[in-house]
Write a protein that binds this ligand. Sequence first.
Ligand SMILES: *Cc1c(COP(=O)(O)O)cnc(C)c1O
Length: 387
Amino acid sequence: MISKPEDYYRSDAFQRIKSFADKQETPCVIVDTQTFSRQLDELMENFPFAKVYYAIKANPAVELLTILRDRGCNFDVASRYELDKVLALGVTGDRISYGNTIKKAADIRYFYENGVRLFATDSEADLRVLAKAAPGSKVFIRILTEGSQTADWPLSRKFGCQTDMAMDLCLLARDLGLVPYGVSFHVGSQQRDIGAWDSAIAKVKVIFERMLEEDGIQLKMINLGGGFPANYISRTNELHTYAEEITRYLHEDFGDDLPEIILEPGRSLVANAGILVSEVVLVSRKDRNSLHRWVFTDVGKFGGLIETMDESIKYPLYVEKLGELEEVVLAGPTCDSADILYEDYKYALPLNLAAGDRIYWFSTGAYTTTYSAIEFNGFPPLKSFCI
Ligand SMILES: *Cc1c(COP(=O)(O)O)cnc(C)c1O
């Protein structure tokens, strides 16, 4: 794992990407498949007991899905469109979970018809639809977790239910002829506090124990979600530290014989493999005595960098020019004043930076192409390449 921005541009991956990017127009994201495969190796080595269900929304590039397919991975799918994409690659329904708790009956039926038998849920209404549209399927109940304060991109509030309701849903699932199979959570994306998994796993243990003791239901699976880190400016622990700690929490609560363990990585697999290349469009000052410049680039919030919202994700940046540095406000190219990327956090860029210079945004392989608008101000969606 590369931990310092300086290390990126000394890396072979950067050189590979840069020589490819030199022939491309900006903006574009280039994902290095060697780095992606290495990230996948690292995850699988660190969690040898877990099954990987890739969260497709992080980056649905066919080249990446193909690598995952060939490595025997599974897929966490959130819509029928993502489903079509993996089915087209020959992935069968038994390697897919429908991980979205918000779904239409017709879509559930479509998944079921295509052989999917594993579904997430967090509500009675959804469970009743599942019982009709996907009879006899395995369901896992998503629970609410804490950790939104320490995740750079929290996901926790919208999905999941309280522990008591999770237990009610297990019972109802059984009564409706479904298989109450396990419990899932997501502690928030780019979760910097490993302890967030500890409290979530402790909640799962309570559910497992009570379901068995009080209702004779033996749950079989824990889905630990995503949340594993990529290398941005705010530091995190290394993946192996996450793995060691999480493995310890699991054994503390579940003993030697762990239930089936599922991981749903997105960001941690693909972010570090990608570099977004943009070009400076304009450098200006708003006032004669201003102590900082505004640097406008040809990528912004609507071109794929929406995770700069509230300056949540701070990507390491690199420009080739050397020289005296000065702080800047960084903004995108569109006619929307929300299209300012970083204003509180000031990146220092060289004083001689000028229109036409390129900016390399590291760790942008995840949540960029999928978030890019399709035609705002006429700008086309963010181009993406896998090399
Ligand atoms: C987005 C998402 C993930 C991926 O999370 P990362 O933090 O990117 O690894 C996993 N599971 C579910 C249900 C998700 O919605």
